[in-house]
Design a protein. Structure first.
Length: 328
């Protein structure tokens, strides 16, 4: 296919065309085919071969894309473009991975859009996965119709995204919304996966809270293996487990309060496995948001995401629809 010149936007698909959304995470990759009404036509999933390097990750995504496109062709549909939501920071041009964690070794520097365009023969637009999640919730989820919104995914890490004018912001370096790396009280001197200390992710993510409870376990007592064990201990009455979850929820809520005060959003949308860790985390989060925001903003809704597992893929596909310009 012919690619756009450097810096020139790609052709935009027709609004009614079928679109492909791809969600590349550290553990799994999903491809979903959507029709013009955002209905799911086909879906395929596989484990992300992260340890095998970027070539294997791109090949796995392309293979899934071929599977769902074949299902579309069987229904007489033509796929107009592909959108990708991926772990890592995407450069502002929406084509290259600017930075990534060890969840995807060697991912930084991958020219992802160009690689997939070469294989798929489609124009491709790329967003960070949490940015794509918020784009999905804006299009047909808990933030539908919002002018200004905040998205948060709390799981093995703490990710965030911001939208203004109904469009997700990426920023000068592609990193807008990195809420997990906001410094907060309660995280002092705790190491963050980014290499710094004192950030939200160091105290509010699943692995962080598991480590904190493990460190507090008395000698001879079985330490928790994961966040599910932390949540189970809290439900069973373990005060230390409850304190760890409360500390994490307070840290994330405090950071969110700052974002809410700065942005004055219509809505804050929450997602991620950490939210299932019990009432101590969620109650602490909401309490901290209320305590630290301006009184005028106490009514800003903080709600759960509505789209489930397809939010990233849908948001990536909608981003492709909005950013790839019409053909001449």
């Amino acid at each position: 296919m012919t690619h756009p010149a450097e810096g020139e936007p790609s052709p935009r698909p027709a609004d009614g065309a079928a679109l492909l959304g791809i969600d590349i995470g550290g553990t799994k990759t999903v491809a979903v085919l959507f029709d013009g009404g955002r209905r799911v036509l086909s879906r395929a999933q596989t484990a992300t071969p992260a340890a095998e390097g970027p070539d294997a990750v791109v090949a796995a995504a392309a293979q899934l894309a071929d599977i769902v496109r074949a299902a579309g062709r069987a229904q007489g549909l033509r796929v107009a473009a592909a959108g990708v939501g991926t772990a890592g920071v995407v450069a502002p041009d929406g084509r290259t991975i600017a930075a990534a964690t060890d969840a995807l070794p060697g991912w930084a520097g991958t020219p992802l859009a160009a690689r997939l365009e070469d294989v798929l023969g489609l124009p491709v637009a790329v967003l960070g996965d949490v940015q794509a999640f918020l784009a999905g919730e804006l299009s047909a989820g808990a933030a539908a119709g919002a002018h200004t919104a905040v998205g948060v995914m709390a799981g093995t890490g703490i990710g965030g995204a911001l939208a203004v004018g109904g469009r997700v912001l990426t920023g000068a370096h592609g990193a807008t919304g990195h809420l997990g790396h906001v410094p907060v009280p309660g995280a002092e001197r705790l190491p963050c996966p980014c290499g710094r200390t004192g950030h939200v992710e160091a105290v509010a993510s699943g692995p962080a809270m598991t480590r904190l409870l493990r460190a507090a376990a008395p000698d001879g007592q079985r330490a928790p293996d994961d966040l599910r064990a932390v949540a189970a201990a809290a439900e069973a009455g373990d005060e230390e487990a409850r304190a760890v979850l409360t500390r994490g929820g307070t840290a994330l809520g405090t950071a969110l309060a700052g974002i809410v005060s700065a942005l004055d959003p219509d809505v804050v949308v929450l997602a991620g496995g950490v939210l299932e860790s019990g009432r101590w985390y969620g109650e602490a989060l909401h309490r901290a948001v209320a305590e630290h925001t301006l009184p005028l903003l106490h009514g800003v809704p903080v709600v759960r995401a509505a789209l489930g597992a397809d939010a990233v893929a849908l948001g990536a596909a909608e981003h492709a629809r909005e950013t790839l310009r019409p053909r001449a």
